[in-house]
Ligand binder design. Structure first.
Ligand SMILES: Nc1nc2c(ncn2[C@@H]2O[C@H](COP(=O)(O)OP(=O)(O)O)[C@@H](O)[C@H]2O)c(=O)[nH]1
Ligand SMILES: Nc1ncnc2c1ncn2[C@@H]1O[C@H](COP(=O)(O)OP(=O)(O)O)[C@@H](O)[C@H]1O
Length: 225
């Protein structure tokens, strides 16, 4: 039920700070699949951050939906104007998170989800600290990682090799993250992600409305019959 997951129930009674859920993984482990699954299921009330990138668009990608595809000069402009919350060079391309949509969403008390690499995660963590929840996605095996990139069939063989070569470095970042999901069975991974989000939303430290709510309970408890 949509209501119980976001605005209703716990949150309506107690109020809550917004959070940013970050998913990272080596290329092909499944972070895009999981990110899109939870963001497009409107019941979870998560806004997806659309990054800018200088990488070439893949055949299945839509400009403005998967990424905003821009050239190097436009990227440099955004950086120079401090319009990026974070940015990084990954697999020889530049990627960044536009700052304004994030500020707007958080100001509205809504949650966001980012699909960014470990370098960007460090920057966001430094800026937003406890409002950030990080999840690292691992493949069940390296051979499965290769097969997923090949089955996805969106990249040239050279691009796939480059991504696999970088995977070793990326996988070593797992210990910097709050949670780790080994993405073997997709449904099970999706359930794990939902469980993480649910638990993080219930954290006492995020629930800014709790003191007033409990004061009300105590006042009620102190009134005769
Ligand atoms: N720092 C940072 N990394 C990003 C951003 N957008 C995407 N990435 C990362 O860049 C890497 C490459 O992404 P992509 O080209 O879509 O390839 P894929 O990982 O094979 O799907 C992944 O690790 C993404 O998480 C961003 O805005 N900032
Ligand atoms: N648990 C899974 N089992 C099998 N295939 C998967 C699983 N998760 C994702 N995939 C597939 O693997 C490929 C890579 O997933 P993707 O989400 O694009 O990875 P990433 O964003 O980490 O590069 C896609 O074709 C996707 O459909």
């Amino acid at each position: 039920m949509t209501e119980g997951r976001t605005e209703g129930g716990q949150d309506a009674r107690a109020g809550r700070r917004g959070l940013i859920l970050i998913l990272s993984s080596p290329s092909g482990a499944g972070k895009t699949t999981l990110t899109r699954a939870i963001a497009t299921d409107g019941g979870w009330g998560l806004d997806l951050s659309i990054s800018v990138t200088t990488r070439a668009r893949r055949p299945s990608e839509i400009d403005g939906r998967h990424y905003r595809f821009i050239d190097r000069e436009a990227f440099e402009d955004l950086r120079a104007r401090d319009d990026l919350l974070e940015w990084a060079e990954v697999h020889g391309n530049f990627y960044g998170t536009p700052r304004r949509p994030v500020e707007k969403t958080l100001a509205q008390g809504r949650d966001m989800i980012f699909d960014i690499d470990y370098q960007g995660t460090r920057q966001v963590r430094q800026r937003l600290q406890e409002d950030v929840v990080t999840v690292f996605i691992l493949p069940p095996s390296f051979s499965e990682l290769r097969q997923r990139l090949e089955r996805r069939a969106e990249d040239s063989p050279e691009t796939i090799e480059r991504r696999l070569a970088n995977a070793r470095n990326e996988m070593q970042r797992w210990s910097e993250y709050d949670y780790v999901i080994v993405n073997d069975d997709l449904d099970e991974s999706f359930r794990s992600l939902q469980a993480i989000l649910t638990a993080e939303r219930l954290k006492r430290s995020r629930r800014t409305g709790l003191p007033a709510f409990v004061d009300g309970l105590l006042a009620e408890a102190g009134r005769p019959g």
